[in-house]
Write a protein that binds this ligand. Structure first.
Ligand code: GLN
Length: 489
């Protein structure tokens, strides 16, 4: 079946002419049509554009000009601006926004020859851990439709897990690639801050936001990252660093790899079944020749509170551009300018976004700046220093991606603090700007579990190597949710 194959496998099939990109694209569009009614993973589909891209891909393949992503159907998180296509960011505010330009990530992937099937659902402005804050309704976890897929890249994760697309793009400000990857049983990589351009990626918290690939496995993530990474003069925070060949080192041996296990990531609040599954994966690494070292990241407890000052502060500033004047939602018949601002923003934003804007505005206000924002910047430094210390003695850090498997829809939506605690193991890496990947390990009661692997700056090749070696010997990343009877497929 075409949809059960990875990018690497499909690339081979396209090369040998086993199937064409047009056939592949039609197959995925039909799956979306059939299955997405129950999942809600996509906000929009672009079948005409997809088929046109597939046709040019087929021509490139025939002409011998194909790269590894040529003709591969993917979906883009709806946070990336796509020229001529609605770019909603999961919000009513941008429900009418057709982007006049492509984000750099979109441009680069087009250049690599991908076929874009549509735009993936997400939490509104990427704020959330469950995809329940989307204006377009929640996404359902393909492993259990009564549960959340995680957020904010929940549509992307669901699309890949349910095989509605071969791969997807995501963004991660505090865990939004890794947490939904863990909940949906796929591989999700958040690169080093600055590795991928943020140009055209709608800003949430600019010092934390980073795009990354969401795929079935690490080998596919390497191919996606290869196309997405690199310097972009349009983003002043984008790193001007050479991009290594991420596929070349995937199978390197792991003998002597030093894995740090932070005791803070295995303590109170961690579901014992998740812990057991993560520990079993770590044992596997020992059999591959790795050495496990206990470490401490003493300021881990400060990560969530620090993030919930820094991220809202930056978001309150970034989202001030949505004023009802320039683009996006505008209220009906405003009385005057102030009424226009108030009602456009009041009607256009959802509850979680408003909560963040209020927290951020408060934290940045004159009398509180030093007490909150400045203090948070200092604790952020302490958190980075913990990692700096750790990477003096270890090559990678491992632990669970999330404290529990996917929770029920509606279960945490009215309790923001409990919701925020979902990202307890992922947020610190964003504050430090470090890369991290989540890969599927043994499920718990039929629900996926993620192992998180954190690396030092710009060590994505190492992370993918560490992930790939595990996936060469295990089957967890191949598990697929049962979505329809074989007869109807
Ligand atoms: N769940 C976190 C939040 O709500 C992280 C979101 C993200 O990474 N975009 O802010």
């Amino acid at each position: 079946m075409m949809h059960s194959k990875s990018i690497v496998e499909l690339g081979a099939g396209l090369q040998t002419g086993e199937f064409s990109s047009v056939e592949l694209t039609r197959h995925f569009l039909q799956r979306i049509e059939r299955l997405d009614k129950d999942l809600n993973a996509l906000i929009s589909t672009t079948p005409e554009q997809a088929l046109a891209e597939a046709e040019s891909a087929d021509q490139a393949i025939k002409a011998g000009q194909a790269g590894p992503l040529t003709g591969i159907p993917i979906v883009q998180k709806d946070i990336f601006c796509t020229r001529g296509v609605k770019t909603s960011c999961g919000s009513k505010m941008l429900d009418n926004f057709i982007s006049p330009y492509d984000a750099t990530v979109v441009e680069k992937l087009k250049h690599a020859g991908v076929v874009s099937l549509g735009k993936a659902n997400m939490d509104e402005f990427a704020m959330g851990s469950s995809n329940e804050t989307s204006f377009y309704g929640p996404v359902h976890n393909p492993w259990d439709k009564g549960r959340v897929p995680g957020g904010s890249s929940g549509g992307s994760a669901t699309a890949v897990a349910a095989r509605l697309a071969v791969a997807a793009t995501g963004t991660d400000t505090g865990g939004s690639i890794r947490q939904p990857a863990a909940f949906c049983g796929i591989t999700g990589l958040k690169p080093t801050y600055g590795r991928i351009s943020r140009f055209g990626m709608i800003a949430f918290a600019s010092s934390l936001d980073q795009a990354g690939p969401m795929t079935r496995d690490a080998a596919d993530a390497a191919l996606m990252l290869q196309a997405m990474a690199g310097f972009d003069p349009k983003d002043s925070t984008c790193a001007n660093q050479p991009v290594p060949d991420y596929s070349a080192t995937l199978s390197d041996p792991l003998e002597g790899l030093k894995i740090g296990l932070p005791r803070e990531y295995f303590g109170e609040g961690l579901d014992p079944a998740v812990a057991a599954s993560v520990e079993a994966a770590i044992d596997h690494y020992k059999r591959l020749g790795a050495e496990v070292i206990d470490i401490s990241l003493p300021n881990s407890g400060l990560a969530v509170p620090t993030y919930y000052v820094v991220a809202p502060a930056e978001c309150s500033s970034n989202l001030s551009r949505f004023d009802g004047v320039r683009f996006g939602y505008r209220c009906q018949q405003p009385k005057d300018l102030e009424d226009l601002y108030k009602r456009s923003r009041g009607e256009g934003f959802g509850a979680e976004v408003k909560r963040r804007i209020m927290i951020g505005t408060y934290a940045l206000s004159a009398g509180y700046y030093d007490a909150y924002y400045l203090k948070a910047q200092k604790t952020r430094h302490l958190i980075s220093d913990d990692f700096k210390q750790a990477f003096k003695t270890v090559d990678v850090i491992m632990g669970p991606t999330t404290p529990t498997p996917a929770f029920g829809l509606g279960e945490k939506v009215n309790d923001p603090v409990t919701m925020y605690l979902n990202d307890i193991y992922t947020i610190a890496t964003n504050l430090a700007g470090l890369p991290g990947v989540s890969i599927p390990v043994e499920p718990v009661n039929g629900l996926p579990v993620g192992l998180q692997i954190i690396g030092n700056y710009f060590t994505e090749a190492k992370l993918l190597n560490v992930a790939h070696r595990f996936q060469q010997e295990t089957e967890w990343h191949r598990l697929t949710p049962e979505l329809e009877s074989v007869a109807s497929d």
